[in-house]
Design a protein around this ligand. Sequence first.
Ligand code: SF4
Length: 375
Amino acid sequence: MAGIYIHIPFCRQKCYYCDFYKTVNVTQTDSFIAALKKEAALRKAYIAKEKVKTIYFGGGTPSVLTGSQLSFIMKFLNYYFSVTPDAEITFEANPDDLTKEYLHVLKNEGINRLSIGIQSFQDEFLKKMNRRHNAEHAIESIENAASAGFSNLSADLIYGLPGLTQQQWKMSLQQMFSLPVEHLSAYHLTYHEGTPFYTWLKKGTLKELAENESVNQFNLLLDETAKAGFEQYEISNFAQNGMYSKHNSAYWTGEKYLGLGPSAHSFNGVSRRWNIAHVDGYLRGVENESGWFEEEQLSEKDKFNEYILTRIRTKWGISVREISERFGNEIGKQVKTIAGKFLQSGKMIENSGIYTLTRDGLFVSDDLMTDFMII
Ligand code: SF4
């Protein structure tokens, strides 16, 4: 079983908080897609024996693709890989791109899960972030997607924004739960170096939300999602009726995946590869069949740290038995001792040898991870 991630590195404009690799030069899409096809052909052996159960179009903004461009990509993916008929095929989209016509195209091309970048239901914050849509577009896009027959809809929201009040955050969450979404990804704002938000924070023209406000907003998120019947299955991800993102869950449980496109990562259990985060460099590298990615072989220590990093954030937790089997009894014992400390302080709970974070633990998950990891 494997997944394929495709990075579409184009955006119509840049959001002020975003550090994903993207360019606003959308004139390169055709040459990019030709390179993507070539990369798929060059790398098909990476997951040749595997059934592809998930495909994820991320970015950037996949919804800058035209219907015929998407159709072409789907054709070569099906040609080079063994995509199962029931594969989860997720497509990230911006609300302003989701016209009724475009939704129809996506449906026809086999997209069966949409991840819509809503971020906020308040115009004031959408403007602050330099998003292209407004609150009305956000609502309409979800309603139209549901009417077009999408029954697996995910939406992204951002909290911890400068000036966001508890009341406003509550309104955004309640608005979300009044709409037909099955999945929510909610992220606290991060000030990434190189973004306008980061620059303004350093200059003092933008004021970070106080820490206690951030904690309150996270608490509100957990309370409101639970009230609305959404299960938290990863720190930032919530689903109704078990409709987890299969693609992301596969990352967190260590499945193989192949990443295509600039800045995309690949993982096969023994090594990790990452493509160059630059469209021109990517086009040149793929054309010359060299130099468009870097690769590292994972040591046992890397594999263990990877296990902790990905599993501790999820409802599947860390299993002492699995750790002992994969990394040896000594490491298993060490993990049990450290986890014991967190059981006592109420940051973790244990069920049949599986340790998961409590709400108190979620707040300090980064510190907890560091304690488990082998330096
Ligand atoms: S948040 Fe999405 S739309 Fe905005 S710049 Fe980043 S990738 Fe592009």
